[in-house]
Design a protein around this ligand. Sequence first.
Ligand code: OAD
Length: 255
Amino acid sequence: MNETLEQARALLENARRIVAVTGAGISAESGVPTFRGPEGLWKSHRPEELATAAAFARDPQTVWEWYGWRRELIATCSPNPAHLALARLALDHPEVAIITQNVDGLHTRAATEEAGHVDFSPALPIELHGSINRDRCSACDARRPGSPVIDVTSIDTLPQCDRCSALMRPDVVWFGEVLNEVILDRAFRLARSADLCLVVGTSALVHPAASVPLATLGNGGKLIEINIQETSLTPYASAQLNAPAGIVLTKLIPE
Ligand code: OAD
């Protein structure tokens, strides 16, 4: 890995504009389960029963039970050295954007840990798939911070909208739903103008998020991939660092 690490360091040093595109693998070392792989959530759970609008309409209690479990689990996790290293990079480097598929809020917490509580921090992520810690009304789209514990005893105990009384849902993007246009447009614009994309801990299987690194490549930029496995992006990477994100990123971006 040492030689590739040197290559990656050189790419990072020479880059003017950088985007970091992250997936569930960056939070694995925090104890947040990934989706795919032998221990991934989609091994034991069916996405169509838990992560679609149709599933929520059919059985909101089951959907909330699962998201409530994940919300509680994530609340016990902390940003790991990989989140903190990317936050440092974004704070130290004039043009870095963190774009994440994760809904766990750990990049945001890392930004706060590295920079303190500020209203704006360049280390705050662009969250493509929303946030598990926020609720959104299934009827009027009103949003609010989610409560840490969800009572799934009956449909009447599930979170309800203060404005229109309809059921609240987790503010995450489900399968079959379109991503927020403003957020997606910003992510692609940043990726297109970047000369380096750091892809960390994603299987690169879910689009449009998986196309964001391709936007950098398509405009002549380079790719560094950090993943414990190869992906469809590996052949395009100028450097592939095959090791856990926490280990690699602390070496690449030391304190
Ligand atoms: P996946 O679970 O599909 O992929 C996780 C990736 O992280 C895999 O490629 C692993 O090899 C890698 N990985 C695991 N541990 C790692 C570590 N310690 N260091 C580095 N890499 C590691 O997660 P995503 O690619 O984020 O969408 O999945 C994309 C989307 O699919 C998610 O946002 C979610 C899911 O269904 C929705 O729910 C809409």
